[in-house]
Design a protein around this ligand. Structure first.
Ligand code: COA
Length: 175
């Protein structure tokens, strides 16, 4: 059944709850180091939490990036996690939509994500073959690299996505 979480920007008091949630949501991946590094750079990363009954039950980060050779204002959605006991209740959708609206409000023009198109297409993401991810993806992942134009659709752009150092680890982009 859908729940109505409070969605807000995370603060220092949320960090322990955020990093505790990741190993539960992603038992086979260690995202805690990159999450900690991004949380330490608030000017670079928009970090939102979903709160239910005063508990952090969802988290997402949007990192400021750039398309090489362009001044397009760009953002990378990752990672996204919902606490296992709260999944499939609409919380992931609410927090992603809230983040995309904040990007639009602040003039970001395009958002990128690497993830399951069956999930991200519901927010308007479509496979992107114009902008390359920081590391090459295997062919079976091509449709998982997606973007969504948030700004003036008349702008054209192409190139490689330049990401900040926290994302410069091929393991974060590997199957
Ligand atoms: C993926 C995740 C963030 C989605 O959040 P959520 O709150 O559970 O999702 P929502 O309730 O907003 O949406 C549920 C819908 O998404 C679908 N869905 C959930 N997880 C999915 C996944 N990994 N792939 C594709 N679809 C998924 C459900 O089938 C459901 O579809 P329906 O609306 O047609 O019934 C959450 O399940 C999670 O943290 N999973 C573990 C970590 C993970 O796999 N993260 C991947 C991010 S790329």
């Amino acid at each position: 059944m859908p729940v109505a979480p409070e969605i807000r920007i995370s603060n220092a008091r949320d960090i322990d709850a955020i990093v505790s949630m990741y190993p539960l949501a992603f038992p086979d991946e260690d995202l805690v180091p990159v999450v900690r590094q991004l949380l330490a750079e608030p000017e670079l990363a928009l970090s939102l939490v979903a709160i239910v009954d005063d508990q952090v039950v969802g988290h997402v980060i949007f990192t400021t990036c750039a398309v090489e050779g362009s001044d397009l204002r760009s953002s990378l959605l990752a990672p996204l996690a919902v606490a296992p006991g709260f999944q499939r209740q609409g919380i992931g959708s609410e927090i992603v939509k809230a983040g995309l609206q904040r990007l639009i409000d602040s003039g970001v023009e395009v958002a990128f994500v690497l993830g399951d198109p069956a999930y991200y297409s519901r927010f308007g993401f479509v496979p992107d073959s114009k902008v390359q991810p920081p590391y090459p993806l295997p062919a079976e992942w091509y449709t998982a690299w997606q973007s969504q134009y948030l700004g003036d659709a008349s702008r054209s752009y192409a190139g490689k996505l330049a990401v900040p150092s926290q994302w410069l680890d091929p393991a974060l982009w590997a199957p």
